[in-house]
Design a binder for this molecule. Sequence first.
Ligand code: 13P
Length: 261
Amino acid sequence: MKKMYFGSNLKMYKNIEDTIRYLKELASLTADISREEIELFIIPSYTTLDRAARSVDRSLVKLGAQNMCWEEQGQFTGEISPLMLQEIGLDLVMIGHSERRHVFRETDEEENKKVKCGLEHGFTTLLCIGETAEEKKYDLGPEVLRTQLKIGLEGVDVSHIGKIWVAYEPVWSIGVGGIPATADYAERMHGEIKKCLSELFGDAGKEIPVLYGGSVNPGNAEELIIQPSIDGLFVGRSAWQADRFNELIRMAKTKAEAEGR
Ligand code: 13P
């Protein structure tokens, strides 16, 4: 069976104590699942990362940062450097989350600088992409995703491919009031993403995992995970209680096995 990816972005929720408790509970609840079969990762807030990295079994739960500056140091007030994240010893960095792009107005060019910097500093680099509701209305999803990938991954060396992950998170599907993508629509967009990654990187591009995110919940996780082009689920609200996330992961995994995914 193909490896499945399950992760959660904790956004600006959970203080240090709550995050550590959550991570330990999640690690313990899922410890019996082979990490050959699943990759589990959590992206908590910056202030929790140092303690989280020291208190959690990283062979069970990989840890990531929600954003990162493209420079190692300098006059960048409020930013976090890749060297600072290396010092903590993180596994991954997330770049270009929808809320970074749409609330904080980050551009594809900025995401590209961050992606290259993340890879050069040895982090697994999770690039998030997705179209807005307005773009979807005109069926521009494929064009938008293609643009975000071509600019976001511009200049990335093929030798770094093994460390790139992509998350497809349509803007209209994320968070409170978001409408989850149907499995058919998500599969179609994932197909476009995979096609574009192959164009950019040849056969190596086929190895890049593409995760779906946006209102994933216990009611749609099974249908999404069995789609041939969906390699994993990137979950917000439905993952923020460890026991609920554990159940969602098991439900999706059982379904995927039953379908011979
Ligand atoms: P929700 O699952 O809460 O819609 O959030 C998804 C998300 O933004 C993950 O990065």
